[in-house]
Design a protein around this ligand. Structure first.
Ligand SMILES: [Zn+2]
Ligand SMILES: [Zn+2]
Length: 73
């Protein structure tokens, strides 16, 4: 069986990125949504997550504005 090595530091590992399946050691892995990610995929996931929360905020603000307009008559 081949020994899998971290793509970053070449340390033997049994962890892989949940997204790109790249081998990663515990030092170079990031946990988010209960999955392990490499640095690249972690940043990408985090950006997607941030975009989602900003989208939610925009929706809430829009609803707030509509309520104010309705309340004013
Ligand atoms: Zn590493
Ligand atoms: Zn990855």
């Amino acid at each position: 069986m081949d020994s899998v090595k971290c793509y970053n530091c070449k340390k033997v590992t049994n962890l892989i990125c949940h997204k790109c399946q790249k081998p990663i050691c515990s030092k170079h892995s990031y946990t988010t949504h209960h999955h392990l990610y490499c640095a690249t995929c972690f940043l990408r996931e985090r950006k997607v997550g941030m975009a989602k929360s900003w989208g939610m905020l925009a929706v809430l603000i829009a609803i707030g504005i509509v309520i104010v307009i309705i309340a004013k008559g």
